[in-house]
Design a protein around this ligand. Structure first.
Ligand SMILES: NC(=O)c1ccc[n+]([C@@H]2O[C@H](COP(=O)([O-])OP(=O)(O)OC[C@H]3O[C@@H](n4cnc5c(N)ncnc54)[C@H](OP(=O)(O)O)[C@@H]3O)[C@@H](O)[C@H]2O)c1
Length: 281
């Protein structure tokens, strides 16, 4: 495993396992499989309703708590200082731990400054080792990061070979914020990356699949990737990235595949915002 260092010195694995859309019942089995093949970073969220499955799996794994890196996210319904603080304690209970390694604000809506104050307090109290945000696009991120005391250590964004998030990189760098990629293989039901002939052709030179090339490209950029799979053999494949290095030419060739730099979700679209707030706020 390779690691990146966050702005506060915390070491974070550059590859992890995500559990979005993994049902609560299936989550424990999936995370147990992921831990058994070698994943040590698990990415969940209050909104995924499967934090308990993550907690059960790591407790049964026999791993020491310090061997794991647990990530969860405060959901919009828990925005605001008081509600966020309560939700952090609830996440700790469900994850069966007394600290979270990285806690993120899931979406940039509602009282995010209130949530952040609760997160800063949890950070100071030792309940959380690092704090950050998710889905904060460049302007929103700049405004937020400028006004808060503890600068976000991570921004988790939709990022992959087709959505490269290059425009936000200098803004993140200004605040010492590291990028974490959700949807690193293109997301659920999208096969443009894992079935890409171009990526497969690059992979053939190294004896690797298109998926492995796509993930290696991210980690080689220093972006943390959290692929999800419910299949153990794919979990294993997605982790088997650290015995090869993409050449500069291949890195540059993949950089030309960028199609929607800032992502396919328009977080500023009033219909999208209305939908999220009315259904989940
Ligand atoms: N912050 C946010 O708002 C946000 C949003 C979305 C996701 N996330 C996080 O990011 C994680 C990953 O994103 P994601 O789950 O949307 O998508 P993803 O990891 O990019 O892709 C998952 C899809 O790829 C398939 N897959 C996995 N490995 C494969 C391989 N080696 N070959 C072929 N297909 C493969 C999976 O199918 P099988 O399961 O059938 O193998 C699944 O359909 C999530 O689980 C979650 O933790 C965060």
């Amino acid at each position: 495993m390779e690691y990146i260092r966050l702005s506060n010195g915390v070491e974070m694995p550059v590859l992890g396992y995500g559990v979005f859309l993994v049902s609560p019942e299936e989550c424990e089995r999936c995370v147990s499989d992921a831990l058994s093949v070698g994943y040590r970073l698990i990415d969940t969220a209050q909104a995924y309703a499967n934090e308990e499955g993550v907690g059960n799996a790591w407790r049964k794994s026999g791993l020491k708590r310090e061997e794991l890196f647990l990530v969860t996210k405060v959901w919009i319904a828990n925005a605001g200082e008081e509600k966020a603080a309560k939700s952090i304690d609830e996440s700790l209970r469900k994850l069966q731990t007394d600290y979270i390694d990285l806690l993120l604000i899931h979406q940039a809506y509602g009282d995010v400054f209130g949530s952040w104050r609760a997160m800063e307090k949890a950070y100071r109290d030792g309940k959380v080792r690092a704090i950050g945000v998710s889905n904060f696009q460049s302007g929103r991120f700049f405004d937020f990061a400028h006004y808060v005391d503890v600068k976000p250590m991570v921004n988790q964004l939709q990022c992959n070979t087709l959505i490269q998030q290059t425009a936000i990189e200098p803004i993140l760098a200004e605040f010492g914020t590291r990028m974490m990629a959700w949807g690193p293989l293109g997301g659920q039901g999208v096969e443009g990356i894992v079935k890409s002939e171009e990526l497969a052709a690059i992979g053939a030179k190294y004896g690797k699949s298109a998926a492995q090339v796509a993930l290696r490209w991210l980690t080689q950029r220093g972006v943390v990737a959290i692929p999800k799979s419910t299949h153990k053999e794919r979990m294993q494949q997605n982790l088997d990235l650290f015995d090869f290095t993409l050449s500069d030419d291949d890195m540059a060739r993949i950089a030309t595949m960028n199609q929607h730099d800032t992502g396919t979700v328009n977080f500023g679209d009033p219909q999208f915002v209305k939908y999220l707030i009315e259904n989940y706020g």
